[in-house]
Every structure is written in C-alpha cells, then in structure tokens.
Design a protein around this ligand. Sequence first.
Ligand SMILES: Nc1ccn([C@@H]2O[C@H](COP(=O)(O)O)[C@@H](O)[C@H]2O)c(=O)n1
Ligand SMILES: C[C@@]1(CO)OP(=O)(O)OP(=O)(O)OC[C@H]1O
Length: 162
Amino acid sequence: MRIGQGFDVHRFADGGDGFRLGGVPIPYHRGLLAHSDGDVLLHAVTDALLGGAGLGDIGSHFPDDDPQWQDADSALLLRRAVEQVAGQGWSPVNVDATVIAQAPKLAPYVAAMRQATADALALPAQAVNVKATTSERLGFTGRGEGIAALAVILLEGRPGAA
Ligand SMILES: Nc1ccn([C@@H]2O[C@H](COP(=O)(O)O)[C@@H](O)[C@H]2O)c(=O)n1
Ligand SMILES: C[C@@]1(CO)OP(=O)(O)OP(=O)(O)OC[C@H]1O
C-alpha cells in the first residue's frame, strides 16, 4: 500500500461564466485562470496519485508550457496519470479531497464531482469523497481570489508488478 497527497490552487479571472471542478461544469460569474481547463480538484487528485506512486507531479508529466495541454480536459490528464501509475504496478483504492472556496456554494455539485472524479480513476463513486469548505473569509480563498484543493489517495499493488 502507498499513500499520496496533492494540493493545487487556481486564481479567479475577473470575469467569465464558470469553471470546471471535479470534472463538472460549475456556473459562476468568474472563471479560473490556468493553462489547462483549470480543474483545481482534479489537479490535486492527479498530484496525489503521481506522488503516491513516486512519479513526481502533474507539471512534470503535463508541462504548462506545452501547447498540447492548453485548455486540456483535466479528466484526460488524470486518466493518463492512472495509466502511468498502473505501469508501475499501482492502482487507486480511495480518495478523500477537500475544496476550499468561499463561493460559489458547491454542495449541489458534490455528488456529480464524486462520480466524475471516480470515473476518471476507474473507481466506484463510493471510493471518492469530495468535501467543500470555506475558509471563513480568511486568506486568499476567503477573499474570493481563488480556489484551493487538497487530496489524499491510497494506492494498492506491487511496484514493478505491471
Ligand atoms: N464553497 C462551499 C463551501 C462550503 N460548502 C458547504 O458548507 C458547509 C459549511 O462550510 P464552512 O466553511 O462554513 O464550514 C460545508 O461543510 C459544505 O457542506 C459548500 O457547499 N460550498
Ligand atoms: C495542468 C497544467 C498543464 O496544462 O497546467 P495548469 O492548468 O496551469 O495547472 P497547474 O496545476 O498550475 O499545473 C499543471 C500544469 O502542468
């Protein structure tokens, strides 16, 4: 068994019509700035997955100066990371993730985020838990400057077994 953890932040744009989180479109009056689709939750999960397998981080696999990943679907990046981790003999068991956002209210989207994140990991939805919290108006998330996400993942398998 191995454990991995991931953390990511993306800054809000001045305008826009929403953003993606956990593979789900979230309507809002602002988007998130990023090279890819800016899915901060899937980026944290991808980093946790790669970290648990000892495979570095999302930026080393999908550089943010590579036009190939411009506006990329982060679910695709996560699926690619699952393949790379499987190549080392590891597969995900469960994920627990927290999104830190003062707004918008995310509770209505949590079930869909769970399902979409689980789909990208080839796991049942019950193996993925997504939580949302504000930071009580403190710090950059509390001021509404951006969104942060944290994730931990458990991996099972044997290194070099695949
Ligand atoms: N963007 C968010 C933040 C929080 N929630 C939900 O509200 C609950 C209370 O949040 P606190 O930060 O006051 O602890 C939290 O447990 C979430 O269920 C949300 O939906 N969207
Ligand atoms: C996903 C990648 C690649 O498009 O870009 P961003 O969307 O900017 O995301 P970030 O979490 O800053 O870094 C990983 C990048 O390599």
